[in-house]
Design a protein around this ligand. Structure first.
Ligand code: PHE
Length: 340
């Protein structure tokens, strides 16, 4: 029995010295210390030892077991230390290396200009209202006094999604939606996307507009010009002036086209203003009495002004951009030039 233990001791030492990692160590545990392992086997052999010798042999086996476990723990600790060292080496961070630069994002130029526009009008007491991008003919045309046979209703200009349902061609249906829910005095801005089947250097099938609507007693064209004067000065500089030219929109009467004096040449005439000294920036007018009626507002008591500003148009003029497509290509070389 003693010889057997000695042989096992040697075998254990040699196999333990070959253990290279934790999985081999756990194999070793199975071989020696598990229920069916070599040490249990020795214990079972104790039955065959004579009664007199049994306590002494039992002690030898037990001593062997204790020393074997101690050796096992030793090797386990060495392995753990080795593993930790390896891991630390692999995870070393060189704190002297330059840090990775995190790129800061910026707002899209259309958002920047939109926010600036909202700021100016918010300063005059306007509130923001948003309407749906998918509209019906009634809000987009009929209630805005756009006659049944008006060319704007033509399939050429309007994207229809179903019978009588379309992608709004302007933010003006917002006027109707506000009148349906609010009572005068009304002073709202309706920013949003609009859609038209039109595409060239200055037109895109999707673009942005900012609608303005003011309804109160005794609203006149002077109020319109005053507000727009303030607006263009904020965007293009304090020295610019506005000029109203007669125009036509079915939902305003009178209707005007608003020009701003050329901020490039000061009005003398240059390429930007095509030698006229003036640049067209937006459309507006006095809300047509029929539109007020369609919105449930008495035109004998109230009058209103409305305007529609193309946000891309303002951004192109402000930044000197000549191709509207640049706004939607999402080329970072273009977009990152508009950091605040
Ligand atoms: N809705 C018009 C357009 O898209 C602009 C406009 C708005 C004109 C409000 C007058 C009043 O061209």
């Amino acid at each position: 029995m003693e010889d057997k233990i000695k042989a096992l001791h040697e075998l254990m030492e040699s196999s333990l010295s070959k253990v290279k990692d934790k999985s081999e160590l756990s194999d070793f545990w199975q071989t020696y210390f598990s229920k069916k392992g070599k040490i249990s086997e020795l214990m079972k052999g104790l039955g065959k030892v004579s009664k007199e010798e049994r306590p002494a042999v039992g002690k030898i086996i037990n001593d062997f077991k204790v020393s074997a476990k101690a050796r096992y723990r030793e090797v386990e600790q060495i392995l753990e230390k080795k593993e930790l060292e390896l891991r630390n080496k692999a995870e070393t961070i060189d704190i002297t290396l330059p840090a990775k630069k995190r790129e800061k994002g910026c707002l899209h130029p259309i958002t920047l200009v939109k926010n600036q526009m909202i700021d100016v009008f918010a300063g005059m007491g306007f509130e923001i209202f948003e309407g749906p991008e998918i509209e019906d003919e009634s809000h987009n045309f009929t209630r805005l006094n756009v006659p049944e046979n008006h060319p704007a209703r033509d399939m050429q200009d309007t994207f229809y999604v179903a019978d009588g349902i379309l992608l709004r061609t302007h933010t003006s249906p917002g006027q109707i939606r506000v009148m349906d829910t609010e009572k005068p005095p009304i002073k709202v801005l309706v920013p949003g996307r609009v859609f038209r089947s039109d595409s060239d250097a200055t037109h895109s099938p999707m673009f942005h507009q900012m609608e303005g609507l003011v309804i109160d007693r005794k609203i006149t064209l002077c109020d319109l010009q005053g507000m727009l004067d303030k607006f263009v000065r904020n965007i293009f500089g304090e020295s610019v002036r506005t000029r109203l030219r007669p125009s036509y929109f079915p939902f305003t009467e009178p209707s005007v086209e608003v020009d701003v004096s050329c901020f490039e040449c000061g009005g003398k005439g240059c390429n930007l203003c095509k030698q006229t000294g003036w640049i067209e920036v937006l459309g507006g007018g006095i809300v047509h009495p029929k539109v007020l009626e369609n919105g449930g507002i008495d035109p004998n008591e109230y009058s209103g002004l409305a305007f529609g500003i193309g946000i891309e148009r303002i951004a192109m003029l402000k930044y000197g951009i000549n191709n509207i497509g640049l706004f939607f290509e999402n080329d970072l070389r273009f977009l990152s030039q508009f950091r605040d």
